[in-house]
Design a binder for this molecule. Sequence first.
Ligand code: COI
Length: 391
Amino acid sequence: MTSNQPAKATPPTSKLDWNNLGFSEREVNGHVRVTYRDGQWQDLEWHTDPNLNLHVAATCLNYGQQCFEGIKAFRTSRDSVHIFRPQENSKRLNLSARMASMPEVPEDLFLRALKAAVAGNLEFVPPYKPKASNGALYIRPLLIASGPRLILDSPSEFTFIVWVSPVGSLYGSSSSIPAVDAFVLDTFDRTAPLGTGHTKLGGNYAPVFRPTAEAKKKGYPITLHLDSATRTHIDEFSTSNALAIKQNHQGDQVTLVVPESTSILRSVTKLSVCQIAEKICGWKVELRPVSFEEVKANSFSEFMAAGTAAGITPVRSISFNSKPPILLKGDGSSDDDHQGPKFGLPEDNEVIRIDLGDGKTAGANAQRLFDELTSYQCGDQPDQFGWLWPA
Ligand code: COI
């Protein structure tokens, strides 16, 4: 069913303000659903109603048995539409599916579902490189255990859904590439070293809503997590992977430093940026554990977030608690013990801020990676890496 011909041009709808998209769920034409029943995947279905009818005992609702992906489709200057590296997300979805004891979605089915979801919503693919929005059609593949089961075991029915929404930048709303202030969350452990952090389970995300909302209120749109075992190394941001830049004193040798950890997601954007850094920019790429001390010592000239939703988001400052975190410990016998870790951010006078570059704008190397990546995504460059898949 998959063809190598790009989708026929359907112009972007005039009903949306493409320069002010933001990052939210929007009403579109419909979504794709595929049911797993009787031990096999059934045919693709197109649904216009975004609501699902689920049994109250569905294990996705009760036990969080689900996983998801994030992918983007872009419009080229020739008005064709391409999906960026969906095969990588297919592999990662199946890694998450195995983690959550769900059946894998065969790659061919995954790609057909994506193609159908995009083809049915072509007018929601933003215009080619709209200057003011970093626009793309965000594709959200979602695999849920939709069957009922009270005991801790998998049901016999699962549903694979692909829904889409036109989006702009996750951070910032202006035309320039936004540079954000980050805060290191040392009072909350995101995922365990041998746990689920390398997979995209919803359960990794809901617990960060509260601490990240508190950080946002204090002026930090993005939060950085440390490794849960020792809290001495950089894991990733709540929304995306972390990347750092090191330069020699002359500034003519650039190294892209990529934190390694067992509990972070294998970001497709990060993988792409590593290839660009090495093959296009001629930089050194260093994959290794990155200690928090290196960040505190201001050893990096630039820092950035990399992810499907985040794209390349430069970080202009990193702030952290100057004191060791106060964690509640207890035997569960007092009311306080049930509060869990204190999420509250430290007082402003207890925070240390490290400025990166001029502390205001994107550094030159982050800007270069952003420009190179978007030029491949929008088809401005010949697709030498084979990253674009015609929708
Ligand atoms: C993505 O980058 O696709 C994600 O799922 C991150 C999420 C915070 C929007």
